[in-house]
Design a protein around this ligand. Structure first.
Ligand SMILES: [Zn+2]
Length: 327
């Protein structure tokens, strides 16, 4: 379905089967010479058919199109190779372009995720089952792309708009929002969504993704925004109100995770099992392994934040990471 959501900005809702998000928003802005397309769907027939139909309805010539990806996740980048023609240009941050291109160039790209799942409390069989259903496995981009990398502050002119790249790490390391100062528009990718709290996940490394995300929220809070065009679901106007809700949500989640690690050292998996989740399952045991993988990553992101606050300690024992409350 193609809809003009703001004068000269068209949204295509690209179905993403099997995802609770249901669809990815792909935005099209036609200029006098080139078209700007922001995000695609995932690598599957339904997404491809929808984006082809939408582009055809808008008479978009892909050879004259710049394709910008807000971040590397498969539901935003998986279709990119199918849209490539001579003359198509692809733009993303260096960090996320690197992940997109490594999803398939490594012999076993998700092996490091499987190992990390085990180190954080998954049983080996459940870790393997989770990674088999990981989106990077079957709906990600399957072909190397020549990205032109963008940095914070880069500007895209499209139609009557001039979009400025705002680096917003957190949801992914290289996430970028596009801000249009004259029209007060924010194309927010998955940094700020209207109905869902963006997944913030940690499995390894030195980063503190939740802290990065909070900083990125503060950054966007400083912009004058009248309309948010997110990567999923409905557009909304109250950017500041939504940012405050996200802060409150994560503060609550931090308190929850902190209370759980009070009694004894435990893995991220065990902490996730004790947290509340907005899922259709009644108990943690019923949760699909891949959903447990994302939930555990989210629990770990909160534990990592609590570590930086000096409230939680982490030790490695028997090949596993164990977290405990600092009294
Ligand atoms: Zn995402």
């Amino acid at each position: 379905m193609v809809e003009e959501v703001y004068p000269s900005i068209f949204r295509m809702e690209i179905p993403i089967p099997r995802s609770p998000l249901k669809a990815t928003n792909s935005y099209v802005i036609k200029g006098a010479e080139r078209t700007l397309l922001i995000d695609s769907g995932q690598n599957c027939e339904e997404s491809l058919a929808a984006i082809r139909a939408g582009l055809s309805e808008l008479s978009v010539d892909l050879a004259q199109t710049d394709i910008f990806v807000t971040h590397m996740h498969a539901d935003h980048s998986g279709l990119l190779p199918f849209l490539r023609q001579e003359g198509t240009r692809f733009f993303a941050s260096a960090a996320d372009a690197d992940v997109i291109n490594h999803m398939f160039t490594e012999a076993d790209p998700l092996e490091s995720l499987r190992v990390a799942a085990c180190e954080n409390g998954f049983a080996p069989e459940e870790a393997a089952a989770a990674i088999r259903r990981h989106p990077g496995n079957d709906i990600g981009s399957r072909d190397a792309l020549q990205f032109e990398t963008v940095v914070d502050g880069a500007v895209f002119a499209a139609g009557p708009f001039r979009f400025r790249c705002i680096a917003t790490p957190g949801h992914t390391q290289g996430h970028i929002c596009l801000y249009e100062a004259d029209h007060k528009l924010l194309i927010s990718g998955d940094h700020i969504l209207g109905d869902i709290s963006p997944n913030i996940t940690y499995y390894w490394g030195e980063q503190n993704p939740l802290q990065q995300f909070w900083r990125s929220l503060r950054l966007v809070e400083g912009l004058d925004v009248k309309k948010v065009l997110p990567g999923h679901r409905r557009l909304f106007d109250d950017c500041h109100g939504r940012i405050e809700e996200l802060f409150t949500h994560h503060r609550h989640r931090l308190d929850e995770a902190y209370a759980i690690v009070k009694t004894e050292p435990m893995t991220g998996y065990q902490v996730a099992a004790g947290m509340t989740w907005d899922m259709v399952y009644r108990t943690w045991d019923e949760v699909a392994p891949v959903q447990k993988f994302f939930a555990t990553g989210e629990a770990l992101a909160h534990l990592r934040y609590l570590m930086a606050e000096g409230k939680v300690a982490c030790e490695q024992r028997g090949g596993r990471y164990l977290y405990s409350q600092i009294a």
